[in-house]
Design a protein around this ligand. Structure first.
Ligand code: ZN
Length: 150
């Protein structure tokens, strides 16, 4: 294991142990639940929108370390961004995981999310990492019924 992937592991474990924005959001504009039946990961995402800006975000739920760390990293990354920027991050993140090579890692758009690049090597865990993002994307685009990441 390289030094870099050890560093990445530490960041992921830290977000799993101390998830950021892990709270219900008072006065949320919308809430959406996402579920990954393959692993049992469940997330409830609360968003507070001001115009098309994500003014605040909180999440709750339970799941594996990857799903929790990914949700925590996501909330840190998109707070204060507008919907268009969040969509671009979602696409960059999905490409990083599903295309699975360095050529598809857009470091400028991904920022800290790049610590999850290694998940691309574990196809069964990709749904864990992407659950929070699918839930966010669906919530931002008007979905109000729970989603299932199948
Ligand atoms: Zn999982």
């Amino acid at each position: 294991m390289s030094d870099l992937s050890e560093l990445y592991q530490e960041v992921i474990m830290d977000h799993n142990r101390r998830p950021r924005n892990f709270k219900p959001l008072v006065g949320a504009s919308c809430s959406l639940e996402g579920f990954n039946p393959l692993c049992g990961d469940r997330i409830i995402l609360d968003l507070k929108l001001e115009g098309d800006t994500i003014a605040d975000i909180g999440f709750q739920g339970s799941g594996c370390a990857i799903s929790k760390a990914s949700a925590s990293l996501m909330t840190d990354s998109i707070k204060g961004k507008n919907v268009e920027a969040a969509d671009e991050m979602f696409e960059a993140f999905r490409d990083m995981l599903t295309k699975g090579d360095a050529a598809h890692v857009d470091a400028d758009k991904l920022g800290d999310l790049e610590v999850l690049a290694g998940v691309a090597q574990f196809p069964t865990r990709i749904k864990c990492a992407i659950l929070a993002w699918h839930t966010l994307h669906a919530a931002l685009h008007g979905r109000r019924e729970a989603i299932s990441a199948e």
